[in-house]
Design a protein around this ligand. Structure first.
Ligand code: ASP
Length: 438
């Protein structure tokens, strides 16, 4: 009988659950054992997990750069590029606004924090880091030094410069062709590097999960169950409801197939808590699994990872209602409308990295006059919620990419409908002659 091979996603999923179980067991039974803490949690798990995240981050800048050059040269027309950009931007803002509106509505109905006893959670300190004003965010779109932008991984600046550069490749006509072809080959090489790194994913994801859960016992959730539960509920509602309805109505594609093919990217987002670090996997899933053309995906995916954060907006909506309830403050309709506007704006200026949601929340609280110290209450469970909301953020990015691609007729429906399309292949190390001449 031929043996059916286990897909990479299933493998990663199994290792992820194992990591969760091992971590939770350590948290419950071995948190006092120095040997386990020193050698396993802060030793092996920490090192392997950090190596894996570094390897992913390593791919982001070169992949986005080469892919974007190919994308712009593939579109070949600045007008179309502008149209894709505007569509994506508006849809990103729309989904973020819908997400936070849903979050506030559900939270107001459920009322988390109404009979909250402050004594049940240990008080932590929260000092709000300064967030950049919107004017600065706009000014910073243009890098003074592109090399510095690439070196620091400033995504919006990288996108700006690369698009400009690629447009000029088009503008010099025939002479630019070899540069465009070179970028195409470099992009193929980078995609292969993504493939290689993905082979390390089961171990990497295991280590990340084991470390997180050995430090963050699930018991933390109990005193915060009302807050945690509402955020989790709205995250699920938004991901499987709002986003999938939009995908069906505007994108006219099957939400089930979409979700199935996005599983790998969601797992990566969940275990790394970073939309930015997940860009290589999102890009790969959207292009190779969903069939979106590189000309759309190369631009919309990194753009979304930076400015689109539906899951984070949901956390902010529920946190606002929760803290307002705990402190007995009535925000009123205008207060909530300010929260919605602020959350949408805040998501533009902050990149998708772990924990940035709390910084954005501080901006929102400042605006509506809620006590910033209140954020200390929810900090304990934020690590776990960060994982969940990052998976939703990444799903949102891919949803909008698919919708825009469909509107632009830049998606292969044959690839989309093929369940096996773009699965991570085996790695074949070449045994042939070297490519360069002796
Ligand atoms: N970790 C999230 C992301 O990377 C941002 C956040 O909510 O803190 O998308």
């Amino acid at each position: 009988m031929p043996q059916q091979k286990m897909s990479m996603t299933t493998k990663i999923l199994i290792w992820m659950v194992c990591g969760l179980v091992v971590g939770s067991l350590i948290n419950a039974f071995a948190s006092e054992i120095t040997f386990v803490q020193d050698y396993l949690v802060n030793g092996l798990f920490h090192v392997v997990g950090a190596l894996f995240i570094n390897a992913l981050k390593m791919l982001v800048v070169p992949l986005v750069t080469f892919s974007l050059i190919c994308g712009v040269c593939g579109i070949g027309d600045v007008g179309t590029l502008g149209r894709v950009g505007v569509k994506a931007f508006l849809l990103f803002m729309l989904t973020t606004a819908l997400a936070i509106t849903l979050a506030i509505t559900v939270a107001v109905v459920v009322g988390p924090g109404e009979s909250f006893d402050m004594q049940t959670v240990g008080q932590a300190e929260f000092t709000a880091p300064a967030a950049p004003p919107l004017t600065q965010v706009i000014i910073d779109l243009v890098p003074t030094n592109p090399i510095a932008a690439y070196a620091s991984g400033n995504m919006l600046q990288i996108i700006f410069f690369t698009i400009l550069f690629a447009i000029c490749i088009l503008m010099i006509g025939e002479r630019g062709r070899s540069i465009a072809q070179g970028a195409e080959r470099l992009n193929d090489v980078m995609m292969e590097v993504v493939n290689l790194v993905m082979h390390a994913a089961p171990i990497g994801v295991f280590a990340l999960m084991a470390k997180t859960f050995s430090l963050q016992g699930l018991g933390l959730i109990l005193p915060m169950l009302s807050y945690f539960g509402v955020v989790a509920l709205v995250l699920v509602l938004h991901m499987t409801g709002t986003l999938m309805i939009l995908l069906k109505l505007l994108g006219r594609v099957s939400p089930l197939m979409f979700l199935k093919k996005m599983r790998t990217a969601q797992i990566f987002a969940f275990s790394t808590s970073s939309s930015n670090a997940t860009i290589p996997v999102t890009l790969r899933s959207v292009e190779k699994r969903l069939g979106v053309d590189n000309s759309t995906a190369s631009f919309v995916v990194p753009f979304g990872a930076t400015i689109n954060m539906d899951g984070t907006a949901i956390m902010q909506g529920v946190a606002t209602v929760f803290i307002a309830n705990v402190y007995g403050i009535d925000l009123g309709i205008s207060g909530y409308l300010t929260v919605i506007g602020m959350a949408v704006l805040a998501s533009i200026g902050t990149a998708g990295v772990p924990g940035v949601g709390l910084i954005m929340l501080a901006m929102v609280f400042n605006q509506v006059g809620l006590p910033i110290e209140g954020i200390a209450l929810i900090m304990g469970v934020d690590r776990l919620l960060d994982m969940m909301r990052t998976a939703v953020n990444v799903t949102g990015d891919a949803t909008i990419t698919t919708i825009v691609a469909r509107a632009e007729d830049k998606i292969s429906m044959e690839t989309f409908s093929d369940p096996a399309a773009g699965q991570v292949e085996e790695v074949h190390l070449p045994h042939e002659a070297p490519l360069t001449e002796k």
